[in-house]
Design a protein around this ligand. Structure first.
Ligand code: CDP
Length: 238
């Protein structure tokens, strides 16, 4: 059901947050807008909002079924989901299974090398500073989160990685890396928030290594819409 449009609470690069008539909830609207390289590259990817909403809804549902607390309540319409309102912890949590992207460039290694174990990286969510990489100790020193929250986030991120790797492997896709954000509910409990979609993950076709994610847009590889649609087909297909 499409709820009546209300004043937006917040507009980000790919999503808009609207109030909900349900207490403690907000609506997330997924746009077709795509940005890369800290917003320097911008375009519209036709249908992306609807595809990402459906993929993210399915993934949040799967994670919830496997005991991961998330902000997700239910999908409302093609481009909207209902979520619990949270206060976002200002960290981007990146989980890497193979070298790619910024990590490969920063350390001068080829993409695709399998890491001996999943690696967690943290960036400070701060647009003015360009989301710099941050040591967990620095995040604690800045008071961005508590020590208990940091340990909980580490444990949840690794569990989510195991679950998602398995989920995509069953769909012939390799989960290379992805970004997570966590939020605090009113009672302080941490939940997985934001979105999980081909905008925030690297997914490679098993065998061929073909890119099925936002790298098709970042690197002008073409077939962006088709790749997102194909991921959705596989998410729905099992
Ligand atoms: O993607 P990029 O090379 O800019 O940075 P990365 O650190 O290699 O990204 C690791 C993973 O996190 C990729 O799957 C990105 O799509 C995702 N990411 C994201 O969703 N949002 C960001 N602000 C940064 C990374």
């Amino acid at each position: 059901m499409e709820e009546v449009r209300m004043e937006k609470l917040y507009e980000g690069k790919a999503k808009i947050i609207y109030p909900s008539s349900e207490a403690g909830m907000v609506r997330v609207y997924f746009k077709d807008d795509a940005t890369a390289f800290n917003g320097q590259k911008r375009a519209q990817i036709a249908g992306k909002g609807a595809v990402n909403n459906q993929i993210a809804s399915a993934l949040f549902g799967y994670l919830e079924e496997h005991g991961i607390p998330t902000h997700f309540v239910r999908q409302l319409s093609e481009r909207e989901m209902l979520v619990r309102q949270v206060q976002i912890v200002p960290l981007e949590v990146i989980v890497r299974n193979r070298t790619a992207g910024t990590f490969a460039r920063r350390y001068g290694v080829e993409e695709g090398r399998v890491l001996p174990k999943p690696l967690l990286e943290f960036s400070y969510k701060n647009d003015a500073l360009g989301d710099p990489l941050i040591y967990p100790e620095a995040a604690l020193a800045l008071g961005l989160l508590s020590e208990a929250e940091l340990e909980r986030i580490r444990a949840l991120a690794l569990q989510i990685n195991t679950l998602l790797k398995d989920y995509f492997a069953q769909r012939n896709l390799e989960l290379v890396d992805f970004k997570l954000e966590f939020g605090r509910l009113a009672d302080g409990r941490l939940v997985l928030a934001d979105e999980i979609s081909p905008d925030t993950m690297r997914l490679w076709e098993m065998g061929s290594g073909e890119k099925m994610d936002k790298d098709r847009f970042r690197r002008d590889l073409g077939g962006v819409e088709e790749a997102y649609q194909e991921v959705l087909r596989r998410v729905q297909g099992l």
